[in-house]
Design a protein around this ligand. Sequence first.
Ligand code: ADP
Length: 484
Amino acid sequence: MSLSVLSVASEAVPLVKTGGLADVVGALPAALAPHGVELTTLLPGYPAVMGTLKRGKVLHSYDSLLGQPARLVAGKLGGEPLIVLDAPAFFTREGSPYADPAGKDWNDNWRRFAALGRAAADLAGGLVSARKFDLVHAHDWQAAMALAYLRFAPIKGSTPLPSVMTIHNMAFQGYYGREIFKELGLPKSAWSITGVEYHKGVGMLKAGMEAASVITTVSPTYAQEIREAEFGMGLEGLVVHRGDRVRGIVNGIDPAEWNPENDSHLAATYSVRTLAKRAANKRKLEAEFGLEPGDGPLFVVISRLTWQKGMDVLLEVLDHLVGIGGRLALLGSGDAAMEAEFRAAAARHPGRIGVRIGYDEDLAHRMQGGGDAILVPSRFEPCGLTQLYGLAYGCVPVVARTGGLADTVIDANLAAREAGAATGVQFSGIDYSTLASAISRTVALYHQPEVWKAIQQSGMKADFSWKNSGKAYAELYRELVSAQ
Ligand code: ADP
């Protein structure tokens, strides 16, 4: 049986990306196609998205969608079906999908993403007769209202559809004051603790989690962790209540984008058998970051500079990292104070620490292809992608044992090394001493070239392509559609 699924999200590669969500949403259609699932992606019509829709077919026009004119326009995302919500008043703006150029969240984000949800529910309900769907898959709070609209305000005559709510990061919940409720176009019955009401306001992610047939997160460990207050961030009670309706499916990586054997960003491509060729990439990377050559490992970091990512603790251990012979190349942006502190650390350690503040996809590839080890000291990490790219590129991940990092990296303890299974370094609990000792352990492993090479090779052989995860999503969709 072939299935048609509507996947709703606020970003997708290659059109618009601020983080891992975009990688996943962009990769899912091709990951599901071999399993007989046609995934149609619904995205907001930001300028970067509209620019790719030169001759898009208009499927529907709204006089007013949450107060503004809008159209649904058909296009393609990597050869797979795309529908764009073209609403210039909401989405034709300078800046990121969520914030103005100064980094401040748009005041009307609730309205912009409620409009996305309303349009998704309309499409799922059969608004466009040529597009029929068997299931709706909503990603994160920006898409979550789709499921609330389907539950409380479906279009007339539509049949209820099963749904999946995927949480890519519990820290972002889309929580707004109660005054927006009357603007959402939902019936009074939606204002309840099993509906959209959350702490006397509107909780968009919460509403999606209540309405979904199944909730998924992007790794099995994170699916467990969000049952606890530390990771559930207020929604742990709901997660526990939903019981076996909460599942974990680990993200994959797209080998068309991330493969050292044919990555056009690299000076030298290489495979698990030709690891020595990486040396040329490392030299280029050192030059690019103004680093002196050295005997110790070249650590890299590619990250949002935030508390979640443990970047404050990384700042504390930099002197130690340099003191034991390590060097660091960091690419990231985020918290302004942290950006300044990383710049100051680079000035304090010229030739040992290089910092690039900003977002640069091409440079991220060169860092994975030339760095020795990638540091991911996250306090929580729903899945994490940079450690997966590190594994694929022989850039050994050094990670906190949490969420998807725990599920995807095998620590190089003695037993794992002897079994040939080790793929990286893990540490438990993030503070100065745990991170510093993980870095020391990494430096010691690096100075044993045969051991280090075996760790790199095991990581490169690990299969984190979408093959397994695509199958898991397809099975979940089928389970829900046949239970309907
Ligand atoms: P999150 O989505 O929480 O930011 P992930 O590890 O899941 O973290 O995904 C981050 C994605 O964004 C990866 O593809 C990573 O390479 C990319 N990325 C993060 N920061 C930068 C940056 N400054 N420049 C380029 N790519 C970046």
